[in-house]
Design a protein around this ligand. Structure first.
Ligand SMILES: [Zn+2]
Length: 570
């Protein structure tokens, strides 16, 4: 391809509204354009990278015996009703009526549809099966932002395994785990596999592949010593020990007119340190008011609560709901003496005495609270957010905490979807059993952005060769000089013959402009063909990442350059 003929609209400046590095660079380097919030058009460069990522993922899926499908985006409501997810997905899912009044949804994932197809499996002898597709998914994100990192329409590779039993599922899950590992290696992404919440997917185990980057929105706790790693939604640590204040025979009320927060109480005369306070949070869980208690210095992970109590939905209660339930306003809330509400407490509070908590009377608190004596706790759960430096619950070494971007998520679904859709087979004993399913997803556009997040420098993107829009750019210093142009064309054609993905920059521009664009776009190798070099019988090869240069004799240039590219491919 010739640069002069391709649509590569590079910009001088970053787009004003972009924060994430990948967002800025993909716009500036002419890979994509925003159409509306969370929806992007891929331009030729962007689409070339997407296709290369897809190609790697496809190879690895085929390698583990997966079969490629192509399912529709338009889904009838009935199928989603059977799994109960039509309403569960709520406003995340685009739902509307067609001209005949039938309700239709845009697919945000395809468990329902693949399980529906799996009804045609009859016997365990037809298993295992593993099916996949590349498909456009739609999710009505409440706050689309950060370019391709949080979008409403995107391409995903999703696969689904079907087995007769849990052992089969374990094997399929492991095969996908290893395939994903290979995929990320080839994409140039160093990921960590972490335990994660299954969220609305159902099922009993899931692993996320996480990339450490500040552009992510997830937090991970990880132990360098034993390899433990988990999303904050799941992460645990050894609960740090704290000292109790003096116990009292019964809770004692005291005035706290100015103390409305944990901090206020910790710093006031006669108050108590945060770790000796009980934090009382009021939630509406599936429409019922629930009290959630944590140590004053801890934070609640809502997903842990949601997973542990198997609720459909939860939200902080409103001021009116709190007033009606407890008779006080936030600042003086507590659970002592509360009989008619469900009370859940974090494990870190178990056995604590001499605690301070709100008195459910504005301007008053209680001291000397013995949590097990004075509060009617119905459930003890792990609800707290892990902090950096706390001890690993497996080996005791300090945990690290860092921000990550989720680049893939794999689930052991079990039989929820096959039961819902009626996908059953006869097992070896002639008994009908639901197919045991796994689900495995990797967002293609998100991975494209993830690669840019970790492979860039001040001059622009630095693509790994495997996914670069072009592997080599042949820059003609003086396109109007016939010798120069002809020599460049010969190298360009010879590289093409050797299977190298190459673009010829034959634009009538100053060399500086061409070099700047090539760096911004991130092409891994640049061959410079100019009159001066040709006079000496050489062309120059420059590596984008290290900036290293090598001269090649014109006659052997294509062979040497092709070799250099092959060495970089994975
Ligand atoms: Zn550890």
């Amino acid at each position: 391809m010739r640069w002069s003929e391709v649509f590569i609209p590079t910009l001088r400046d970053d787009p004003a509204d972009a924060e994430a590095v990948s967002h800025k660079l993909l716009i500036r380097a002419g890979f994509m354009r925003q159409l509306m919030a969370g929806v992007y058009s891929m331009l030729p460069l962007g689409y070339r990278v997407l296709q290369k990522i897809e190609g790697i993922v496809r190879e690895e899926m085929n390698r583990i015996g997966n079969q490629e499908f192509r399912l529709p985006s338009l889904h009838p409501r009935e199928i989603w009703e059977r799994s109960g997810r039509w309403s569960k997905m709520g406003s995340e899912m685009f739902q509307f009526k067609d001209r005949r009044g039938a309700e239709v949804g845009l697919g945000m994932t395809h468990e329902e549809i693949f399980a529906h197809l799996a009804r045609e499996l009859r016997s365990y002898k037809e298993l295992p099966q593993a099916w996949y597709q590349f498909q456009t998914k739609f999710r009505d994100e409440p706050r689309p932002k950060s370019g391709l990192l949080r979008v409403r329409e995107f391409t995903m590779k999703d696969s689904y395994s079907m087995d007769v039993d849990e052992d089969g599922l374990d094997r399929a899950f492991q095969a996908h785990f290893e395939a994903y590992r290979r995929i990320f290696k080839r994409l140039g992404l160093e990921t960590v596999a972490v335990e994660a919440s299954s969220g609305s997917m159902g099922g009993n185990q899931s692993i996320e592949f996480m990339l450490q980057t500040d552009a992510g929105e997830d937090w991970v706790a990880a132990c360098r010593s034993c390899g433990y790693a988990a999303n904050f939604e799941k992460a645990m640590s050894r609960i740090p020990a704290t000292e109790d204040l003096a116990a009292l025979p019964a809770p004692e009320k005291f005035p706290t007119p100015k103390a409305r927060t944990i901090d206020d109480l910790a710093t006031m005369e006669g108050g108590a340190p945060a770790e000796a306070q009980i934090k009382t949070l009021v939630y509406s869980v599936d429409g019922k008011v629930v009290l959630v208690l944590l140590r004053g210095d801890d934070s609640l992970v809502e997903q842990k609560l949601l997973d542990n109590i198997e609720a459909e939905s939860l939200r902080p209660a409103s001021g009116d709901e709190i007033q009606a339930a407890l008779g006080a306003q936030p600042g003086s809330l507590g659970a002592v003496g509360v009989k008619d509400l469900f009370i859940i407490a974090d494990e870190a509070l178990r056995g604590r005495v001499g605690m301070v908590t709100g008195a459910n009377e504005d301007g008053f608190h209680l001291r000397g609270v013995d949590i097990e004596r004075d509060i009617d706790v119905k459930g003890w759960l792990d609800l707290r957010e892990v902090k950096a430096g706390e001890s690993c619950s497996l080996c005791g070494e300090p945990l690290e905490v860092y921000k990550c971007l989720e680049v893939a998520h794999i689930f052991k679904l079990g039989t929820m979807h096959s039961k819902a859709q009626g996908a059953e087979v006869l097992d070896a004993n002639g008994k009908k059993v639901p197919v045991v399913m796994g689900s495995y997803g990797i967002g293609i556009d998100r991975n494209l952005a993830a690669i840019v997040e970790v492979h860039n420098d001040e001059a622009g993107i630095v693509w790994p060769v495997n996914v670069a829009p072009f592997e080599v750019v042949v820059s003609v210093i003086k396109p109007k000089d016939v010798n120069c142009l002809e020599a460049a064309k010969r190298i360009y054609e010879a590289l093409q013959e050797r299977g190298i993905d190459v673009i010829l920059d034959d634009r009538d521009e100053r060399p500086g402009v061409k070099f700047k664009d090539a760096d911004l776009v991130g092409i891994p190798f640049r061959v410079t063909v100019g009159p001066k070099g040709l006079g000496d019988g050489v062309v120059e090869l420059k590596g984008r990442r290290a900036g290293d240069t090598r001269d090649f004799e014109v006659a052997h240039a294509a062979v040497g350059i092709a070799e250099a590219v092959h060495d970089e491919r994975r």
